[in-house]
Write a protein that binds this ligand. Structure first.
Ligand code: FAD
Ligand code: FES
Length: 246
């Protein structure tokens, strides 16, 4: 873990609620997709955790959805603002298990860590398929960015206003060697139940410290309580006891 100052190079809305935040600073500890960073925002006691979407050189890209006080404040910050950021938090996705044809399934801003993961899996020469799920056509983002990686892409909307109509699980009708998923709890639970292969998921739960000291992010797993910030946020398919998850 490393604490550093990052300058906002871009803070641009992609949809009504989702924005892309590009930060410039020392990215040497940022880590792998699935790991996260924790932003301090003026006037707020707790930092706000966001998944690493992409990192290139000294530029870190994050995607965030406005969902409360902190993310609403973040949306107002202009280019040039300096943020205090903890980098290198959590355990990211394990790519060694991906096999030749991994399937990546995202709901909403769950697309953020899966973008960086897809980029690395493609660079390793794997045949990557991505399913992106949104409620409506107006809420979709990063379709072109995923396509540019060379993945096979399927976009689903729940109301059928764009792409394939229905839930992402209905598009899991293709052979795959392994899966990775990130999105709302109910979606990931359904993905795990539907998947015919083993896989990994990334959990977003409320956090306190973000680095393993307070137990505020504890979840129940088949091998006892685990801290999402330190032991996760990435867990294996069969590990989480979903009924105990807040
Ligand atoms: C490991 C991890 C990775 C994440 N990655 C992303 C991402 O890439 N993009 C994105 O849009 N969101 C992501 N989230 C969720 C994001 O942290 C929350 O949406 C954000 O903290 C909400 O803050 P707020 O002040 O706007 O909301 P408020 O509701 O005002 O926040 C109050 C408190 O609850 C916490 N909180 C609220 N909603 C969530 C939530 N869904 N998950 C976790 N904590 C929450 C806040 O951090 C804060 O401490 C991630 C969460 C975790 C734990
Ligand atoms: S948030 Fe403090 S231990 Fe995880």
């Amino acid at each position: 873990m490393k604490q550093g100052l990052f300058r906002i190079a871009e803070n641009r809305p992609l949809t009504e609620k989702v924005s892309r935040l590009c930060l410039e600073g020392d990215c040497s500890h940022v880590g792998e997709p699935g790991q996260f960073v924790d932003l301090r925002l003026e006037g707020l006691f707790l930092r706000r955790p966001l998944s690493v979407c992409d990192v290139e050189g000294d530029r870190l890209t994050l995607l965030y959805e406005e969902s409360g006080k902190g993310t609403a404040l973040l949306r107002t910050l202009p280019e040039g603002t300096v943020l205090d950021v903890l980098t290198g938090l959590g355990r990211g996705f394990d790519r060694s298990l991906a096999g030749s044809s991994p399937l990546l399934i995202a709901g909403g801003t769950g697309a953020s860590p899966l973008y960086g993961l897809a980029k690395r899996l493609c660079a390793e020469g794997r045949d990557v398929t991505v399913i992106l799920g949104f409620a409506t056509a107006a809420e979709r983002f990063y379709e072109e960015e995923f396509r540019a990686l060379g993945v096979t892409l399927c976009v689903c909307t729940e109301d059928g206003s764009y792409g394939r109509a229905g839930f992402v699980t209905e598009a899991m009708d293709r052979p795959a060697s392994y899966f990775y998923t990130c999105g709302p709890k109910a979606m990931m639970q359904s993905v795990c139940a539907r998947a015919e292969t083993d896989g990994q998921l990334s959990l977003a739960v409320r956090m306190g410290c973000g680095f393993g000291a307070c137990m505020g992010c504890r979840v129940e797993t088949i091998s006892g309580g685990r801290r999402v910030c330190k032991d996760g946020p990435v867990f294996g398919k069969g590990e989480i006891l979903w009924d105990d998850l807040r």
